[in-house]
Design a binder for this molecule. Structure first.
Ligand code: CA
Length: 447
């Protein structure tokens, strides 16, 4: 994978412009011990990566705005001994040349160099409160500077959150990012189709999860984007089910919420399908309702809509459906007003998607308390999920044939000038297409 140096450099330039003055310090994520001396698989910090394209741990980027703008990377030293054990490291010199920073230093020089950079800066931007370790390190630097005050050194007297500036940048995806998200979506879509062809009664949920990991890794994705939810039968009514260790039964539905991460970019797809390849009539009724709600929501993803319009469209369809299926009583307005629908649909219809599964960016146009409904408008190159669902736990007020049906249908959608593009449309979705795909794979097994 070639690193898009120009794009990462342009992002740093853009941050410099939006800072106007001062200095920003962004740490990447720490390595985390899993047990004894082995680590969890490393994942860089999304903000740090967004500005650098640099994936090594123990790195910090410092951006200086103002009259003499520059970007400076601190990274691990070249170390033949460590590289024999753990793998390649750029080291400061190669990192500067490869990633086109103005200056690079060994991470071991950070404490010394940072004081020179911080001195006399009017404002400091960093992610205050994100990490106790980083907070106390930055406080330590500021205190060290204060001891030099008698020598005429000024300490930044204003601290701002650098994430706020970068969030707005991250919300609008570039062609380079959109290409990655299309590919991430295509891989995850293929994995969902693979699962439909693979599953059969008496299998374990984790066997199906393994099919996802297989498809992700063989396609070049670096990791699942989040812990996959593979939930058979009643487990689908647990929204964040992650045990994935139950047996799949004939006649049950299987809900799978799984996506991969490709060069940092997440896909996030949910499909729900019958373990035996054929929807029962009750399952089909609920499925068609959720699918209609999803279609209604996706049709609201365009530049004339605000953030909440897809959710409102989904809710409108779902509530009418709940009334028709005798899950809710009363008029549509009454059910909306009372919130009775929340017994079956208790989450929102989507979230921003990008480097983080729940990606950066505000959902409201302003944070004014007086105008809580001030949702921001959708704009070209924003990416979001659309994921209505219906979860019917056993209850006295619910017809028994609906008990334990849990359905969610989720796609990743890009807002375009003229509407939207569903990035995950390859994942089979209609009842007819799901049954046909599952039927075809069963025939193939028999021949
Ligand atoms: Ca999801």
């Amino acid at each position: 994978m070639n690193i898009n140096i120009t794009e990462f450099k342009a992002r740093r330039q853009k941050l410099i412009t939006s800072m106007t003055e001062g200095i920003a310090i962004i740490f990447t994520a720490p390595e985390v011990i899993r047990n004894r001396d082995s680590h969890y698989s490393y994942r860089f910090d999304s903000y740090f990566y967004y500005l650098t394209g640099f994936k090594e741990p123990e790195s910090v980027v410092i951006i200086v705005a103002g009259n003499e703008p520059k970007s400076i990377l601190f990274c691990r030293d070249k170390d033949l001994e460590r590289e024999i054990w753990d793998g390649f490291r750029y080291g400061a010199d190669a990192a500067r040349d490869t990633f086109d920073f103005d200056e690079t230093y060994s991470i071991n020089e950070l404490d010394v160099v940072v004081l020179k950079l911080l001195a006399n800066q009017p404002k400091l931007y960093f992610s205050l409160g994100e990490s106790d370790v980083n907070d106390s390190r930055v406080t330590g630097w500021l205190n060290a500077l204060r001891t030099q005050a008698r020598n005429g050194v000024a300490v930044p007297d204003e601290v701002g959150d650098v994430r706020k500036l970068i969030d707005e940048m991250r919300l609008y995806k570039s062609p380079y990012e959109i290409d990655l998200m299309r590919r991430s979506g295509a891989i995850a879509a293929r994995a969902h189709n693979r699962a439909m062809q693979f599953v059969k009664p008496s299998m374990m949920e984790y066997e199906v999860e393994a099919e996802f990991l297989h498809e992700f890794y063989r396609s070049g994705a670096q990791a699942p984007a989040y812990t996959s939810i593979v939930a058979g039968g009643a487990n689908a009514c647990t929204l964040h089910y992650s045990a994935n260790n139950a047996k799949l039964h004939e006649g049950d539905l299987l809900l799978i919420d799984a996506g991969c991460e490709l060069e940092g970019y997440a896909s996030d797809i949910t499909r729900t399908f019958p373990v035996n390849g054929k929807f029962s009539s009750a399952q089909k009724e609920v499925y068609e309702l959720v699918l209609a709600a999803q279609h209604a929501a996706i049709s609201q993803v365009n530049i004339t809509s605000h953030w909440n319009a897809p959710h409102e469209a989904a809710l409108d369809v779902l509530i009418q459906g709940f009334i028709d299926l005798k899950l809710c009583k009363g008029s549509k307005d009454a059910v909306l007003e009372s919130g009775d629908y929340r017994q079956f649909y208790m989450h929102r219809t989507g979230h921003w998607l990008g480097l983080d599964v729940h990606d950066a960016g505000e959902y409201k146009a302003t944070k004014s308390k007086e105008n809580l409904a001030n949702w921001r408008m959708l704009e070209p190159n924003m990416t979001l999920t659309v994921e209505p669902g219906c979860y019917i736990r056993p209850a006295d007020n619910v017809p028994k044939h609906f008990w334990n049906i849990g359905i969610r249908i989720e796609d990743d959608v890009l807002v375009t000038e003229h509407g939207c593009e569903v990035l995950t449309s390859n994942a089979v979705k209609s009842v007819a297409d799901i049954e046909a795909l599952m039927q075809a794979s069963r025939l193939k097994l028999m021949t």
